[in-house]
Design a protein around this ligand. Sequence first.
Ligand SMILES: Nc1ncnc2c1ncn2[C@@H]1O[C@H](COP(=O)(O)OP(=O)(O)OP(=O)(O)O)[C@@H](O)[C@H]1O
Length: 251
Amino acid sequence: MTLRRGGQSVLCGVRLSVPLGRWLAVAGPNGAGKSTLLQCLAGLLLPHEGQTRVLGQPLAALTGPQRARRVAWLGQAEAVSGELTAWDVAMLGRLPHQGWLATPSAADREAAESALRDTGAWAWRGRPLGQLSGGERQRVLLARALATQAPVLLLDEPLANLDPPHQADWMALMRRHVAAGGAVISVLHELGMALQADDLLLMRAGGVFHCGPVQEDATRRALQAVFDDRIAIHPLPPAADGRPQWAAIAV
Ligand SMILES: Nc1ncnc2c1ncn2[C@@H]1O[C@H](COP(=O)(O)OP(=O)(O)OP(=O)(O)O)[C@@H](O)[C@H]1O
């Protein structure tokens, strides 16, 4: 996949395949092309060369609702009317499931409630988005993505404004999503969290610097290298489920 913006090449020859049942974290320095790649995968930007296929079908061949039922999107600094309540925003995630002018079904309401409960946003479902804090707002937007019940989640900096306990909750949600057969692709600057993903895609200067399982030493070495060895990775005690964990510290 190749994309030029403003006369510059911002993605060059990126090839990527993410199987269902895996969580891929995308990391790399500022300006590496991570958000651009995610927007191409979501169909929000059209690459000059290459295409995105979702569940075996070219994204471009799908209608808007078909696409939105397969791929849920959470972008950076999304513009959503501050007058909408948290409930309204979660229900936006159900639009791809509803017919033209149809009223929401019981299944739509259940999906929105479950998503708001999962992100800890149920308590303020009646409050307008404009009256929520940055982290509260982010949890509502995550609920909108989850309410779609799409198998593929594309999340650009989903942890922005989340406090550490809610970051841990987010991770548990992603684990649950992949354990249920979904796929997650998330751009993360929180490298400790990125190191808990299954796979890491490391980008630099619009290209793939490295892609591989977090468990492989080579991947963790590449993570240090993509940041010019200005981070160090240290092992941590295993997680409760036995999964190895690492911390990334700026040096
Ligand atoms: N609308 C645009 N027009 C021209 N160039 C753009 C545009 N949007 C982004 N770019 C450039 O594309 C490159 C990749 O940007 P992108 O936002 O994908 O990087 P990123 O890896 O997500 O960075 P960050 O970690 O800072 O969020 C950057 O050099 C950026 O300046």
